[in-house]
Design a protein around this ligand. Structure first.
Ligand SMILES: Nc1ncnc2c1ncn2[C@@H]1O[C@H](COP(=O)(O)OP(=O)(O)O)[C@@H](O)[C@H]1O
Ligand SMILES: N[C@@H](CC(=O)OP(=O)(O)O)C(=O)O
Length: 428
């Protein structure tokens, strides 16, 4: 079944649903969408709920008491629901009836109670996914949109915490199940979530709701995706870190993919590819000023973009030296790459010299420990933690001088468009 009019996909992240006032603002934004045009809305967990769920899961997994933080999470959702739905009836416990909210909160408590030792990543997904389920329940009730459980539709493999999408099955599921619903008005669903063939919940990687919006637009033939943020659009740097930022009115998929890859946290790195493949434009707009222009990301050419600055914190620089002072050969590199892939440490930057090979990765203590266990026999390994990785895209000599001034550079690298360095954390 094909929808007769072009479909728009809107995505609202944690900041845009952080409390009742933010959800009313969301309601006003979707209310301005032409009623005759199909709209699919993707919503993330409210505010910092995903962090709170991670914390709850860690407590449960390590056998510690989680009663208070669970109560706080319950109360937060119930209070927001009560504020948004003042006329709704209350249940036997005195909580406002808000779709499946009470049932989901009960389920979350039960699941936390049955967390067992081991099997960390699979159990993480079963718990942390409640953020999006709870948020969509509240937002759908408040906005009168159709609530959709996305987990049986976005099919992934069993890579817990970073499910890999089975595109043909997902496309078939979405077309069969979602297109008929869109004919009856806006549909609202969860970002970040998927499900396996055996019906278990997976997550798509932290901050993965942008990616969900792209999956939906790709599979359903969307005409555009709009992600609503607390910034004016895609800027040349994170305004929370760098002063005097500049907005890009339009920018290519290619430039954006590179910025996201280097760590610009405004867009999840996996978001762009599905959109580029089907030529679907991505708009980044401000939920604070919804009529402002924002940024259009599409297939365009531009000359002379201003330099973009990206900082990745919590970095670790690992250096491998061959024990017998032989050269770093292809055989050695194969072993190192294999071990990095096995422990799921992603390389953010790498460099080799005759007897040493260095990689900069995100800091994950447990994964690094496993890496050291695997490679200790074969290599002498040094590592530094508490580092930052800076990238300047489309750099100028002046941009490099200003950013590196007064810093000790542990490693630097330059291509024609990109300058990167690793330094100790000092702040800007
Ligand atoms: N290049 C950039 N342009 C705009 N915002 C950026 C950029 N890089 C990082 N950010 C940060 O991204 C934030 C918005 O993304 P995020 O917090 O993930 O939103 P949400 O979770 O609400 O979807 C902004 O508040 C800003 O601090
Ligand atoms: N709630 C998830 C997924 C997500 O994308 O969130 P946000 O849109 O708020 O970045 C997370 O915090 O990782």
């Amino acid at each position: 079944m094909q929808h007769p009019l072009p479909l728009s996909v809107y995505k609202f992240g944690g900041a845009s649903v952080k409390d009742a006032a933010a959800i009313r603002n969301l309601q006003s934004i979707i209310g301005q969408h032409p009623t005759e045009q199909p709209l699919l809305v993707v919503v993330s967990a409210m505010g910092k709920t995903t962090n709170a769920l991670e914390h709850l899961f860690q407590l449960a997994h390590s056998g510690q008491d989680y009663t208070e933080p669970l109560l706080a999470l319950r109360q937060f959702h119930q209070e927001v629901a009560a504020e948004l739905l003042p006329d709704a009836p209350c249940n036997a416990q005195g909580h406002v009836e808000c779709g499946a909210l009470s049932g989901l909160l009960q389920e979350l408590g039960d699941r936390l109670g049955s967390v067992t030792k081991g099997d960390y990543d699979r159990q993480y997904d079963q718990i942390v996914s409640y953020g999006e389920l709870l948020a969509t329940c509240v937002v759908a009730a408040a906005t009168g949109t159709q609530w959709l459980d996305i987990r049986p539709l976005i099919r992934t493999d069993h890579t817990w915490r970073e499910g890999r999408v089975d595109w043909p099955t997902t496309e078939r599921n979405l077309r069969d199940q979602v297109l008929p619903l869109l004919a009856h008005g806006p549909v609202l669903t969860q970002g970040f979530l998927g499900g396996t063939s055996s019906g278990q919940t997976t997550t798509l990687g932290r901050e993965g709701s942008d990616y969900t919006a792209a999956i939906l637009a790709y599979c359903l033939g969307g005409q555009s995706v709009t992600i609503w943020k607390d910034v004016a659009g895609l800027l040349n740097a994170d305004p929370k870190i760098f002063p005097n930022t500049v907005r890009y009115p339009e920018i290519s998929y290619q430039e954006t993919i590179e910025m996201a890859y280097y760590g610009a946290s405004v867009i999840h790195p996996k978001t762009i590819k599905p959109l580029a493949v089907r030529g679907i434009p991505l708009y980044v707009k401000s939920f604070v000023d919804p009529t402002a222009e924002g940024t259009k990301i599409h297939d365009c050419k531009h000359a002379g973009l201003v330099p973009a600055y990206i900082r990745k914190t919590d970095q670790c620089l690992i250096s491998f030296e061959s024990k017998d002072l032989t050269f770093i050969s292809e055989e050695n590199l194969e072993v190192i790459f294999g071990a990095l892939a096995q422990v799921r440490l992603k390389i953010n930057l790498m460099q080799n010299s005759a007897i040493s090979f260095s990689v900069c990765t995100d800091w994950h203590e447990y994964r690094l420990r496993k890496l050291l266990e695997t490679l200790r026999e074969q290599f002498t390994i040094y590592y530094n933690t508490g580092l930052e990785l800076y990238t300047i895209k489309n750099y100028t000599a002046q941009a490099i001088t200003e950013l590196t001034h007064g810093r000790e550079l542990l490693l630097e690298q330059r291509t024609r468009q990109t300058f990167q360095f690793v330094s100790r954390t000092t702040g800007l």
